[in-house]
Design a protein around this ligand. Structure first.
Ligand SMILES: [Fe+2]
Ligand SMILES: [Fe+2]
Length: 274
């Protein structure tokens, strides 16, 4: 990998998105992040390939509508495997989504530290995918063994022409959702005695707080530059770009620590809170 030619950060991110071989994808993501952080890559070069509309993926898993994915209790081994498989799929999408922010928005007038942040996210998502896949393998399964849903990429792709909307949907809706659900999942894993999986979830949870924080920081930056109110802008962008529901209960503490205060999301929730 160290001898692979990466012409620019945008090219490296694009090559990783396009890669259908998942070892290659995660290695390209992490190697591009490393070289960018060492200041060995320029942001763009004139010959960068176009950013693909869909990420490269292996033949398996089969992609199905979200409702077609079975939910099972994590108190059985098949249930735990199904949960880890769904999580691996989320992490894989997260790799592509972080890289897509970098590659697609590489011509935005933002400081280079914007790209530092998203390449850190891409690096960590690749790490998460690897950790979850290792757990699947330890349990006698692997990524690709069961169908997965295609909702995440679609949700993000709607915002391909608007960086502020992209940040509203990807880090501040989709990743923030991870903060709400991961602690109880981790608790359930610990109850079943699968300490290794619980520990993986703990690493993911801690890293994801940082991803939401990076999202909130740059979302506020873009709003300030355009003199828009961040909470109101968030609500407008979510209403016009995100079709799913925001589901309570929210992890208000972790969200607030990341800079995502209830004024952003409360009024969008389907359930009102006492
Ligand atoms: Fe992740
Ligand atoms: Fe993340």
């Amino acid at each position: 990998m160290t001898d692979i030619h990466i012409p620019s950060l945008r090219a490296g991110a694009t090559m990783a998105i396009a890669a259908g071989d998942l070892d290659l994808k995660t290695r390209l993501a992490q190697e591009s992040a490393r070289r960018w952080q060492m200041r060995r890559l320029s942001l763009r070069s004139p010959l960068d390939p176009p950013v693909p509309d869909r990420p490269g993926r292996p033949e398996k898993p089969e992609l199905v509508p979200p409702k077609a994915v079975e939910k099972r209790s994590v108190h059985t081994l098949p249930g735990r495997i199904a949960m880890l498989h769904a999580l691996a799929h989320i992490e894989l999408n997260a790799v592509d989504l972080a890289l897509d922010i970098v590659a697609r928005f590489a011509t935005e007038p933002v400081p280079n530290s914007f790209f530092d942040g998203w390449m850190q996210v891409a690096f960590e998502e690749a790490k998460h995918f690897g950790m979850v896949r290792d757990r699947l393998r330890a349990l006698g399964a692997d990524y690709g063994d069961m169908p997965a849903h295609d909702g995440l990429w679609k949700a993000a792709h709607t915002t391909r022409n608007d960086l502020t909307a992209r940040l509203a949907v990807v880090p501040l809706i989709l990743e923030a959702r991870g903060l709400d659900v991961t602690p109880s999942l981790q608790e359930k894993m610990r109850e079943t005695g699968d300490i290794e999986s619980a520990d993986v979830l703990k690493v993911i949870y801690e890293d994801e707080k940082g991803h939401v924080a990076i999202g909130a920081k740059w979302f506020r930056f873009l709003c300030a530059r355009e003199k828009r109110d961040p909470a109101r802008t968030f609500q407008e962008l979510v209403r016009s770009n995100f079709r799913g529901q925001l589901k309570a209960p929210f992890n208000d503490v972790a969200r607030a620590e990341a800079g995502l205060t209830p004024s952003f999301y409360r009024s969008l929730s389907s359930i009102s809170h006492a």
